[in-house]
Design a protein. Sequence first.
Lengths: 191, 395
Amino acid sequence: MVGPRTFATVGRISMADVDAPVEADFDEIFRRYYATVYGVLIRITGSPEESEDLAQEVFLRLHERSGSLGEDRNVGGWLYRVASNAGFNALRSRRRLHRRLLRWANLERPLSASSPSAASEAEDRQDAELVRRALSHLRERDRTVLILRSSGVAYAEIALAIGVKPSSVGTILVRAEAALRAQFEQLSPSI
Amino acid sequence: MDTQTGCLTDGEIRALIDDAAPEAMRASWSVHLSDCDHCRARYSLITENAGAVAAMLNAIVPPAGAADENAALRTVRARGEGREPVTSLVKGEWLMSRFGGVGRRGAIAGVAVIALMVAVIAAVPFSSLAENMLTGFRVQQFSAITIPMDMFQQNAQASGSQGFGSDQSGTAAFITSQLKDLGKLNTNLSKSSLKTASSVADAQSHLNGAMLVPSKLGSFDGVQPTVYLTDQGNVSYTLNVQKARELLSLGNIDPAPLPDPSTTPTVTLSLDVPPGAALDYQSNGKHLIVAQMESPTLTIPSSVDISMLRDEMLATGFLPPDMVTQLRSITDWQHTLIVPVPSGATTKNVTVQGNPGLLVKSDQGSVVMWQSNGVLHVVGSDSDVDVMSVASSLK
């Protein structure tokens, strides 16, 4: 059938026998996917506040598109794709500004550790930053697969999010993991 | 299974590890794994790799509690009430969204167009301060600076699904969190500042009859354009002088360009953005954009010695070294609009209808921009149309 898909229709594609009104469907979709969308975004951005904002933007887009989701036949895949793109785009914008601010404030030097916990926190931050830098060197598809899998997204929805067959997800994942480790080791002076 | 060796592929092994193997294959793959030393060795290696990567990715999750789902839903609902539905994003909107200051990753033409909107703030070609208040800054010429390609990463998937607001929101959220003590940003520009109109006549009316229309369109000849209008608006930033001086000092930057906070606790920088208009000609999936806008006006209090501040910033690693070199090479920086372009693009100084302009070309399209009597013009396309010819035909 050709025509605009409402949330009710989207719901039937992704959630069997959902026949409630559009608004109720939106609530259900929100509750079903919000935590994972937020989890994807916080892995990408590292900022709870920014992740909340972006997650809301992602669902706002879904809300705005209640009349038509085009060819997106699975709301989960659509949400994860939009969330990943939003996260990485925000990160790119933020990284530029952040880098400048850090240089400006001369904070790129290692933080002085006055206690074991402070030292540990500083190391954790450095590790996290190294991982993010390593991720930034990967292809967008590889980054997305790693983040989605790490957020607990199933292979089928990862496949929909990045536009490949479910049977290809494992292969992409293996290659992306190898690439991330290689990048991390290259960037990390201690390894 | 590998058709030649009969062994499991890496992807199949990975799916087994994640318990994501197809139901129909799971048993046979498991049997093979138990019988094949080679596959078991790879299973161990891939498992070890997956575990290491999982640990790495766990490191980037901050130890914060999960977001309040109910509060988030209420917020989305409230915000959704105030928004108009977006049914679909036509392909041309990526370029126009650049013009409007929101939107999607795009090609070089889009980069250049948005540069007209933001470079005045971002790269700051300030004028010297002779009067009490700096007003009436007008762009007189353009200069390109090359920046790393990854800043404008091209991604078809992102372009296809990245929509209004998210990028802008993410950046705004970060700026808000990092600079909340430093000052306050106010603007009356928003997503609704960009709208469509029904005809070129509307664009003429919007710009008081000053809209220039091309008479030569090349392969777009005979195409009726989609008309976009951007509203007049203002962006202001009120700086907490004390905080700003502290930040400068922290970065070993002399705070002298800023005023004494005991007498001038805040300073407000203001950018007035005049109305703009653009014509989007679409043919065979390609776009030709003709856009124009009066130069924005930047207002800076005389208590800020912006010339000294610029020198300080260029000297202290605020920007990447190669960018600093390029910026320093611009002698008439007071009247030059900086246009950031990706490293893969080529730029050329050109003359358009007797006015100095800048032509940017890449394998994704070309764009030419120039100013005439204080009005900024842009002609860009992702097709092979000769944008210089189109620009020359504007009248």
